[in-house]
Design a protein around this ligand. Structure first.
Ligand SMILES: Nc1ncnc2c1ncn2[C@@H]1O[C@H](COP(=O)(O)OP(=O)(O)OP(=O)(O)O)[C@@H](O)[C@H]1O
Ligand SMILES: [Mg+2]
Length: 448
């Protein structure tokens, strides 16, 4: 994978630059040639005009010495034809001049047996009548050679540039491909075993982002994996202790405890309690799994106050047994809710408020409307120590482990609540002071 991508990058760079240099060279060649011919043209034109001064159109005589001088200056051969007679010719090749005998200045690039020439024909007039032409023939070979020489130099520089580009593209491709490879390796490793493997964030911006994204993802996966393991460990532990308790009780019964009715009754009652604890735990786990697996809940418009009244009613027997009064204040708000789940969440919170309050206490529930719906459930019970607050929504987390045994809590209630509120796109906060009480504040989006 590395080599393929790398060579591709190098090849692309190289081809583009090569094509560019090729085009530039071709254009330079033609531009130089044109430039040369253009500059030659004005020189020769001037020379041709000068030659006219040394032609006597009345006696058909030419001053050969002068003409030789002039033609030498412009490196050209000259042919003078007048009244269909060749008056002067030092061009050693035989060509037909008919097509150049024009009454205006005429130029042409011609090729005679493989050699290039630039030809300029200048008309001669006698009393306003066109009687002949001075033809300058300039061999382009020397000029072209000079252009070729320049071209060669440019070509040399081009190849040097090409070489540099080649090396540079090799380097660039390395800086792209190497970190890419590191990421791929890291992903492949992650497939085999989930460990934190931070890769160096380096290179181009996009590559850096890729590395960063991988590192974040890696961290998240490791966290999730840790949570999963922790959950399995916690759940097994929680399930193990009531089972172990029952095993001891049953063994004692088998070993003779059955004879004594009082002992037998007490043991059976304890076993029954452990079974209750176990089934509560399993039910809690099932609920949690169910909620965690739900992507979206079916929502209906409900009045939160009516729902709270129903929850309070179903908890009344427990509240009464501890002589706790529950007060519900604030106006009803219609919200988009999943009835069963929201019932469960409110139930868990109010149940906690009762469970963690002393007898003859009270609970205040307040509904407020802001840019969100705010429901506060406040008790005046035992409170939660500050250091435990960050964890109370964690699964199986209980502040007082020994007390939990008595009250039978599994530590799952609040994590269920948190999930349900999250599925409603809401938020839950807790404020508490040991000995003074606790307030849970739920914020739910208003129906739009
Ligand atoms: N209103 C409250 N006052 C004081 N402590 C509370 C209150 N609500 C929760 N807690 C503390 O937070 C812990 C976690 O609560 P959570 O509801 O998750 O579990 P639980 O009540 O122990 O068991 P479960 O609800 O699963 O039967 C509790 O064990 C308790 O220590
Ligand atoms: Mg609870």
């Amino acid at each position: 994978m590395e080599n393929k991508l790398r060579y591709r990058l190098v090849f692309s760079y190289f081809s583009i630059i090569f094509l560019l240099i090729f085009l530039i060279n071709i254009s330079i060649y033609f531009i130089l040639q044109n430039f040369y011919i253009e500059s030659k043209k004005s020189d020769i034109l001037f020379a041709a005009k000068t030659v006219l001064d040394y032609i006597d159109v009345y006696s058909n005589k030419v001053d050969k010495e002068k003409i030789k001088q002039i033609q030498k200056d412009v490196y050209s051969k000259v042919v003078i034809i007048m009244d269909n007679k060749v008056l002067y010719n030092d061009f050693n090749k035989v060509i037909s001049y008919n097509e150049f005998m024009k009454s205006e200045v005429f130029t042409k690039k011609i090729n005679i047996s493989g050699e290039d020439f630039y030809l300029l024909s200048y008309p001669i007039f006698k009393n306003g009548i066109h009687i002949g032409n001075v033809i300058f023939i300039n061999p382009l070979e020397e000029a072209l050679n000079r252009i070729m020489n320049i071209e060669k130099q440019i070509l040399f520089v081009s190849f040097v540039i090409l070489g540099i580009v080649f090396l540079y593209s090799f380097y660039i491709s390395k800086t792209i491909v190497t970190p890419l490879n590191t990421v791929v390796d890291a992903i492949e490793n992650l497939k085999d075993d989930i460990v934190l493997r931070e890769i160096k964030v380096d290179g181009y911006k996009e590559i850096r982002r890729l590395c960063q994204a991988f590192n974040e993802m890696n961290k998240r996966i490791v966290e999730l994996d840790k949570k999963r393991r922790q959950f399995v460990a916690d759940a097994s532990h929680e399930l193990k202790s009531p089972l172990a308790g029952m095993k001891v009780l049953v063994e004692s019964l088998i070993q003779g405890g059955f004879e004594d009715k009082a002992v037998r009754d007490e043991f059976l009652q304890s076993i029954n309690k452990e079974i209750d604890r176990l089934s509560k735990l399993v039910n809690g786990l099932l609920e949690l799994a169910q909620i965690e697996n739900a992507d979206e809940l079916k929502m209906t418009s409900l009045n939160i106050k009516e729902l709270l009244k129903e929850v309070i009613k179903s908890l009344e027997p427990i509240a009464k047994s501890k002589n706790i009064s529950i007060y519900l204040n604030g106006d009803g708000i219609i919200l988009n809710l999943n009835r069963d789940n929201m019932f469960r969440a409110l139930y868990n919170l109010i149940e906690n408020a009762i469970k963690y309050s002393n007898e003859n206490s009270k609970i205040d529930i307040l509904i407020e409307r802001d840019d969100v719906a705010k429901i506060t459930i406040r008790d005046y019970g035992i409170g939660i120590p500050e250091e435990d607050l960050p964890y109370i929504f964690d699964r199986f987390y209980r502040v007082d482990k020994t007390r939990a045994r008595k009250t039978g809590g599994a530590g799952l209630g609040l994590s269920i609540v948190k999930h349900i509120i999250k599925l409603h796109k809401g938020d839950i906060e807790v404020k508490s002071k040991v000995g003074e009480g606790t307030a849970f504040i739920i914020k739910l989006p208003l129906e739009v």
